[in-house]
Design a protein around this ligand. Structure first.
Ligand code: SAM
Length: 365
């Protein structure tokens, strides 16, 4: 089966069968929490933190504004009480946050109300991974996703606007595998005319390696990347290109609501994924909350406003009060930006027309 025009995406409905599960206005439960642990990054990817905006004049959050590890864990505990089962640490570049493994260890001790340990995962650009992979594993990190947008130094430089050699990231991936992370994922954002000529090279490189390579459609997050639809290479186009060389077969989602569509090489060379955030928006299945570096709760990557949790936390609110604040916000949640964008011709601004969308480095990718 290799006629991709006939492929209908696997249904992604999320049956909400758990009793007393907290749901929003569209019946979406709260399952995942992404925590941005720093708004700083050691790369300047043009689609995320373009140097013109994030240069030496850019004011990053001062230390006192950042949630401490203890504060992060206090809030995480409330999210877990409300249904969160998976926590992803992100940023900015999370490995720039000093002693991150210590935070992993603290979060990995949390249990869901059913007594299951919370899964703690990480998204990183991999630049500092080689020297931290083992301590992260030892601290209880379950899984790692590494972002890598090209295989040649030249393409990587064009995407990341840095002189970091690709080998540094590849070494990080290898170190993660040696440390015992069995299914490392590599995420490649594809931008037309910049790195799309390396789609096949990436597929070749990661076939039979145990790594799951996932292609992400370039998104209109934030307000600094100058996003244009004609720069998006669609998931369909990516799949067509790869399947012309290596026939693919669609695989079942690992769990209901999984954002990546999974595909397997028919010759047994492993698995790839596509995240079609633009062309096949998955808002109806979005179970993710996001906690910004300074403690604001966002319920959409494309949000313009967040709920400040740090102020009540620092003013002495107890766990019950914090949990109630989060629950109330989730229950009122209506956002479905990507689906509305698909229905419109122009990018939208979720709440207030003309309002500035939050940058991904701050809200956490
Ligand atoms: N620094 C870490 C990293 O590189 O993975 C974590 C933060 S980064 C914001 C998280 C992910 O968001 C990366 O895979 C990055 O490529 C992706 N990302 C950032 N801006 C994006 C955009 N405009 N469209 C699609 N993906 C984007």
């Amino acid at each position: 089966m290799n006629d991709l025009t006939k492929i209908i995406p696997v249904a992604k409905t999320l049956p909400n069968t758990l009793p007393n599960t907290l749901t929003d206005t569209l019946q979406r439960p709260l399952h995942d929490l992404r925590i941005s642990v720093t708004d700083r990054c050691n790369l300047r990817c043009t689609y995320c933190m373009p140097r013109e905006f994030f240069d030496t004049h850019h004011v990053f959050l001062p230390r006192a504004e950042l949630l401490s590890f203890e504060e992060i864990v206090r809030l995480a505990r409330s999210f877990v009480a409300l249904g969160v089962q998976k926590i992803r640490l992100t940023g900015g570049e999370p490995l720039l946050r000093r002693n991150l493994a210590q935070l992993v260890g603290m979060l990995a001790k949390l249990n869901t109300p059913a007594g299951k340990p919370v899964e703690v995962t990480l998204t990183t650009n991999g630049v500092l991974l080689a020297r931290q992979a083992q301590s992260l594993r030892d601290a209880g990190l379950s899984r790692i996703s590494v972002s890598l947008d090209g295989l040649s130094d030249e393409t990587f430089r064009r995407m990341s606007d840095s002189d970091v050699p690709v080998n540094t990231v590849l070494d990080g991936i290898a170190a993660a595998q040696r440390a015992g992370f069995t299914q490392v994922k590599v995420n490649m954002v594809v931008k037309r005319g910049v790195n799309d000529h390396e789609i096949l090279a990436m597929a070749d490189h990661f076939r039979n390696s145990g790594v799951v390579l996932r292609f992400i459609e370039y998104m209109d997050v934030g307000s600094t990347n100058g996003w244009r639809m004609d720069e998006v290479v669609t998931a369909q186009q990516i799949l067509e290109q790869i399947s012309a060389r290596y026939p693919l077969r669609q695989a079942e989602p690992n769990y209901s609501g999984e954002v990546a569509e999974r595909w397997r090489y028919e010759d047994g060379g492993g698995e790839i994924g596509v995240i079609a955030s633009i062309t096949r928006a998955f808002c109806q299945d979005c179970t993710r909350a996001r906690l910004s570096t300074d403690g604001k709760l966002y319920t959409c990557l494309f949000a313009t406003r967040g709920l400040d949790l740090r102020t009540p936390l620092r003013e002495g609110a107890d766990d019950g009060a914090l949990t109630a604040l989060i629950a109330e916000r989730w229950q009122r949640r209506t956002d479905r930006y990507s689906q509305l964008r698909s229905a419109a011709t122009e990018p939208l601004s979720e709440a207030t027309p003309g309002a500035k969308k939050i940058e991904m480095s701050y809200i956490g990718g």
